[in-house]
Ligand binder design. Structure first.
Ligand code: BES
Ligand code: ZN
Length: 614
């Protein structure tokens, strides 16, 4: 039997594999929980050798378990961190290899559920109805219902969800089967492409929708609908067409975007059929929709072809960064754009590695997750180190050849999960074909072990810096204390160019003076910007300059966005210059943040849950 290759599951998925999941769940806004039943159809991988099924669970109440419709013996074992409490279900007779058993679990989520956020009507923009959404990646699906919570197992899904408000899920809606049940409605969705548990997703609330492309609509609160439609409608079809040209046709049917309330903890989450997205991408200037190109790219890298554990997460995110940059370059005109984005990524990678220290385990491409919570190991590293590895392979064999490898790789591993070594084998196998014999020496020179397991930065590639140079030139000018800025310095730039400039200023050996920092904010309209990226980057400069007049602005921003990419660094920055304000701001907004975000900020600020409730 193959050894289990995911250290973040307690399930015995080498003995049983979930093939189909039916989720019959009622969204109870009053009790703030999901309740109902989940039916797992599991295929035996052994010939009657395994007499129990072990599932992952975390803070979920199991009321009963049936095995093939008969009540069965089961036990939730003690919790261990970071993987939770396994549920052991007896299968006294075992099952012949290939036989499918049905496990029906009656359950309810608890108030410790880490996957769900419940918003009161007062916490929504039109104040009319409550709202809820899930975020399961990486290992939070187990807090919704017991399951084989590993990206190494894929299942098809039926969603039967009851709610008083509109429901969105990570399946194709089956509107004909929506049923009125008085105060509530039953919403049905189907996911016929097998997906890992971390892609299970639900949201419900007052949600309106508008078309934004041939296969796409945007869903969001009624007040936000027009702006969201405007932001996305010009580009959705272009993104899809570009991605299909690079890989192969989109296999999921529809591609929609759900724009969530501001506490959504990520930029985007690639839930199939409905990408979940932060409202910070609706910035009124189309400057932040690269997030959508990224989430769409996951439809191939991640959702169709999946890393088998969080140790090989770069296969999802590094490949997705590569596809995202290819998609955007093909729309916005070529290599200079691709390199500009790659330069930004390189900068983020340098910063992450500096922050960890260059010998840190989390700076490796493949990160050991034994005893590690994937949320703790999460960083830019798998994204950008992964991107640089994929891009280096592209340059090594040449674009024309690499473009043939891309559909081969995604075709071969569709609906499966793989590790880094299987990726290596696939690459070597493809390029061992006689037509690539001239590449033999180049391919033999790849240091796979070094790439997978070295800490720190990889070798820096030569970038086309044509779009970044102007940003560095302006930054140079700011080194002189008597430089007088003018709005026209940046008025013709893209938001991302302004960001590159701000990052360069942030990196000066000497911080700006308070006066300079204030002049910067004023001249370029940064503290009033609707673009949270720009605002956050500016506030980091202001905090480094110890411009106390900016701290309240930081605190205000922390009450407006819950996206961890902004929230965590801003809290760390504010904590350094004004710990009291940081703690006060966290307490004030505690309920606003998603549970995952709350937990991470608690760790960052060194305040524990227990300390706060006393
Ligand atoms: N899959 C990730 C988000 C994620 C990763 C959630 C790990 C939970 C655990 C998503 O595709 C992502 O990478 N989002 C980025 C978008 C950006 C790179 C364009 C984000 O949220 O910032
Ligand atoms: Zn991603």
């Amino acid at each position: 039997m193959a050894p289990v290759r995911d250290p973040n599951t307690l399930s015995n998925y080498d003995a049983w594999r979930t093939r189909h999941t039916t989720a019959n769940l009622k969204i109870d806004f009053t009790a703030k929980c999901l309740r109902g039943s989940v039916i797992l159809e599991l295929e035996s991988q052994t010939d009657k050798a395994s007499k129990e099924i072990v599932l992952d669970s975390s803070y979920v109440t199991v009321n009963s378990v049936k095995l093939n419709s008969a009540s069965s013996l089961w036990e939730t074992k003690a919790r261990t961190e970071p993987n939770g409490s396994p549920v052991h279900i007896a299968v006294p007779e075992g099952a012949a290899k290939g036989e499918v058993v049905k496990i029906e679990i009656e359950l309810a989520t608890t108030d410790k559920c880490t996957a769900l956020q419940w918003l009161t009507p007062a916490q929504t923009s039109n104040k009319a109805a409550p709202f809820m959404f899930s975020q399961c990646q990486a290992i939070h699906a187990r807090s919704l219902f017991p399951c084989q919570d590993t990206p190494d197992v894929k299942s098809t899904y039926d969603f039967n969800i009851t709610s008083p408000y509109v429901v969105v899920a990570s399946g194709v809606p089956v509107p004909d089967e929506t049923k009125d049940l008085g105060e509530e409605k039953l919403y049905k969705f189907q996911q016929k492409v097998p997906i890992p548990s971390y892609l299970f997703a639900l949201s419900s609330g007052e949600i309106a929708s508008a078309p934004v492309g041939k296969r796409s609509c945007v869903c969001t609160g009624p007040n936000e609908l027009k702006a969201s439609q405007w932001e996305l409608e010009g580009d959705m079809d272009k993104f899809l067409e570009a991605a299909e040209k690079i890989v192969f046709p989109y296999r999921w049917g529809e591609y929609n975007v759900l724009v969530l309330p501001p506490s959504f903890p990520y930029g985007g989450m690639e839930n199939p059929i409905f990408t979940f997205a932060t409202p910070t991408i609706i910035s009124g200037d189309k400057q932040n929709i690269d997030v959508i190109a990224h989430e769409l790219a996951h439809s191939w890298s991640g959702n169709l072809v999946t890393s088998c554990s969080w140790e090989h997460f770069w296969l999802n995110e590094g490949w997705t960064m590569y596809l995202e940059r290819r998609i955007l370059a093909s729309i916005h005109g070529g290599d200079a754009h691709f390199d500009f984005s790659a330069i930004r990524g390189w900068k983020a990678l340098e910063e992450a590695i500096k922050e960890y220290g260059e010998d840190h385990e989390f700076t490796k491409l493949c990160i050991s997750h034994k005893g590690i919570d994937p949320d703790d190991a999460f960083s830019t590293v798998p994204y950008e180190k992964g991107f640089h590895f994929v891009w280096s392979l592209d340059r090594l064999v040449g674009r024309e050849n690499f473009d043939k490898f891309i559909p081969y790789y995604f075709g071969k591993w569709s609906n499966k999960s793989l590790d880094s070594y299987e990726f290596k084998d696939t690459f070597l196998e493809f390029f061992s074909a006689p037509e690539y014999s001239d590449l033999k020496d180049k391919i033999a020179s790849i240091d796979w072990e070094g790439r997978f397991h070295s800490t720190g930065l990889p070798r820096k590639p030569e970038f086309d810096t044509s779009l970044a140079d102007v940003c560095y030139e302006l930054a140079e000018k700011w080194k002189s204390k008597d430089f007088t800025p003018s709005p026209s310095d940046v008025s013709s730039w893209t938001g991302n160019q302004v960001l590159v400039f701000l990052n360069a200023v942030q990196d000066f050996e000497e911080p700006l003076t308070v006066e300079q920092s204030q002049a910067l904010g004023k001249a370029y309209g940064l503290s009033e910007s609707k673009n949270a990226e720009l605002k956050a980057a500016y506030y980091h400069i202001a905090m480094r300059s110890k411009d106390a007049s900016a701290y309240q602005g930081v605190a205000d921003l922390l009450g407006e966005v819950g996206r961890m990419k902004f929230v965590r660094p801003l809290f760390r920055g504010l904590n350094k210059v004004d710990r009291e304000l940081a703690l006060k701001t966290f307490e004030k907004n505690r309920e606003f943040y998603h549970p995952i975000c709350r937990q991470m900020v608690e760790k960052d600020l060194g305040v524990s849950e227990a300390a706060n409730s006393s």
